[in-house]
Design a binder for this molecule. Structure first.
Ligand SMILES: N[C@@H](CCC(=O)N[C@@H](CS)C(=O)NCC(=O)O)C(=O)O
Length: 210
């Protein structure tokens, strides 16, 4: 299999973290990782559009030559393909909560964080936009409070002791925040501590560059 992605971009990063976590736990996936230089626009060129007509990364090329182009679908495919040691485990309730937190992080936080980063200090050179930054900052407050509250029972990671896709999705967005030299935590010491803790993990150290 081949994973087409690019460092720093949150959606590829969460899949790269997923692969690194699983490899650290002993699952050998044998996935070749190939950089598609999005700064040079390579993701919109025919070679990548033939893999993914939406021109986005990540894109996973399966051994049968077909492609999966959505980051969550890629991780779920890898969970199914390598079920021994899958991150999603436990009772229906535990699995339901793990899926719920991942969706909350991705749908309520990752978008505003990305837009906020581009509004304050865009790596793609978009103009600074204080109004947009303020709107996105406001949109982040309820989901950030939700996560701070989750951590109030002293769990080390978002779903407990075991790393989950929600941790990876959140950390992939936070790398982007660090890159643009911003801070979205505010007065949330538990989230800050989670961030420090997660970044000590060998998988994080091998993937995160910022
Ligand atoms: N829903 C998709 C979104 C993929 C996506 O938008 N990726 C970004 C990088 S984080 C991208 O390729 N942006 C370039 C573009 O949309 O032109 C997923 O979860 O994989």
């Amino acid at each position: 299999m081949k994973l087409y992605g690019v460092p720093l971009a949150p959606n590829p990063t969460k899949v790269m973290l997923y692969i690194a976590e699983r490899e650290e736990m002993g699952t050998k996936m044998g996935i070749e990782q190939i950089v598609v230089n999005t700064v040079k626009g390579r993701h919109k060129e025919p070679e990548h559009l033939a893999r993914n007509p939406f021109g986005t990364v990540p894109t996973l090329e399966l051994d049968d030559g077909s492609f999966i182009v959505e980051s969550l679908a890629i991780m779920e495919y890898l969970e199914d393909k390598f079920p021994d040691g899958a991150l999603l485990q436990g009772s229906p309730e535990e699995r339901g909560h793990a899926r719920d937190v991942e969706r909350i992080v991705d749908l309520r936080l990752a978008g505003p964080i990305g837009a906020y980063g581009h509004a304050v200090n865009s790596p793609l050179g978009y103009p600074k936009d204080d109004q947009k930054a303020a709107q996105m900052e406001a949109a982040m407050q309820v989901p950030l409070d939700y996560l701070e509250n989750l951590l109030s029972d002293e769990r080390p990671l978002l779903l407990g002791d075991r790393v989950s896709i929600a941790d990876l999705t959140l950390q992939a967005s936070l790398q982007f925040v660090r890159y643009v030299e911003a801070d979205v935590f505010g007065d949330r010491p538990l989230l800050r501590a989670w961030d420090e803790r997660y970044r000590q993990r060998p998988a994080a150290q091998s993937v995160l560059r910022w």
